[in-house]
Design a binder for this molecule. Structure first.
Ligand SMILES: Nc1ncnc2c1ncn2[C@@H]1O[C@H](COP(=O)(O)OP(=O)(O)OP(=O)(O)O)[C@@H](O)[C@H]1O
Length: 333
């Protein structure tokens, strides 16, 4: 019997580790584009899941943005069925007319479709093929835009996406390993032309920035960036938990927040409390920036009788009678 290729073994171990403690006995669903990362993920999940007493299916999304995308999706689905994955679904999404450019629209439509399929099948988890290299790129991009700890923490290995549990089992596996695993298994991955398109910041980081860092600082830099994300994620989770308790502590029965209570918090916790409250009020997380939180913060620590702080979605917050109070969009003040 031929020896198991080390990258295949490493990927199977990573998936076993992610699945073994899943409490929900339902099937797992691999989100697969046909690219090397998610193809290696799907092949390894097809092997590991049944050995843990679980079934594993696959879903591939056809964004209809490139010529031949329907054929690619069909080929992924055929391969998946032949590999023993079931159920296998191809979902066609329409990304036209969505805001934010074709990439952002495709991503949004993809995640919606993936979570809908996962929900419909009662999946215990949805698995994506993000690798350690994706994580390192995410951290560099976050640093470059001046992100706070939440951005530097990168992508979490597990998180809830609506009612679906999203798992990223390959965050400690390199892209080189997923490619090598595909070669070892005789798989022929699809190459997404967008991944090499210099119009995208992530593609430039992948093609130019990370290789330059590796040349200058050595190959450990990719692993080190991913480790930074893990370390920051632990601290961020602890601060988020403190902030959640603190938010309940400063709430006023009328729905506002006590200025005195907020002023007594340490800045790292206060900023998170204000961020969480703004999201509760309905501000979209993607639109909520450090400037918005800074304007709320100024109502507490830089008070000089100023007017309302403005939040995304037309929301406004005033300081009145010792409290921060949200004003309905459109209301006269
Ligand atoms: N067309 C697709 N169908 C199904 N799953 C997909 C598709 N495209 C991407 N995925 C899943 O998402 C993972 C990440 O893909 P990619 O890096 O291209 O997306 P992304 O837009 O960067 O995602 P994210 O925004 O979550 O980082 C893949 O490994 C795969 O699991």
């Amino acid at each position: 019997m031929a020896a198991l290729a080390p990258p295949v073994a490493a990927i199977r171990r990573a998936i076993r580790h992610a699945l073994i403690e899943l409490p929900d006995p339902g099937p797992v669903l691999v989100a697969c584009s046909g690219g090397a990362d998610s193809l290696a993920l799907a092949a390894a999940t097809a092997f590991v899941a049944p050995r843990l007493g679980r079934s594993a299916g696959l879903v591939t999304v056809d964004h209809g943005l490139q010529e031949g995308s329907a054929q690619r999706a069909a080929a992924v689905a055929d391969w998946a069925r032949a590999t023993g994955l079931a159920p296998v679904e191809v979902v066609r999404v329409d990304v036209s007319g969505r805001p934010g450019g074709p990439e952002a629209a495709a991503r949004q439509a993809r995640y919606r479709a993936l979570t809908e399929v996962a929900g419909g099948l009662g999946a215990a988890a949805l698995l994506t093929g993000h690798t350690r290299d994706d994580q390192a790129e995410t951290v560099l991009l976050a640093l470059a835009r001046g992100a706070g700890p939440r951005g530097l923490a990168g992508m979490p290995a597990r998180r809830w996406l609506g009612a679906a549990l999203l798992l990223r089992p390959l965050l400690e596996v390199s892209r080189e390993q997923t490619r090598a695993a595909c070669t070892a298994l005789g798989l022929d991955p699809w190459v997404d032309p967008h991944n090499a398109d210099p119009a995208y910041a992530r593609a430039r980081v992948r093609a130019e920035v990370l290789p330059a860092l590796v040349r200058a600082l050595g190959p450990a830099v990719v692993d080190n960036l991913a480790r930074t994300a893990r370390l920051v994620a632990v601290d961020t989770a602890a601060l988020d938990e403190q902030a959640s308790t603190a938010l309940d502590g400063v709430r006023h029965p009328d729905g506002g927040l006590s200025v005195g209570g907020l002023a007594a918090l340490v800045p790292a916790v206060r900023g998170r409390v204000l961020h969480a409250w703004a999201r509760e009020l309905g501000a979209r997380p993607a639109a909520l920036s450090h400037r918005h939180v800074g304007a709320l913060e100024a109502l507490v620590t830089g008070w000089r009788g100023q007017g309302a702080a403005h939040l995304p979605g037309g929301l406004r917050v005033l300081r009145r009678a010792g409290r921060l109070t949200a004003i309905d969009p459109g209301a006269q003040v």
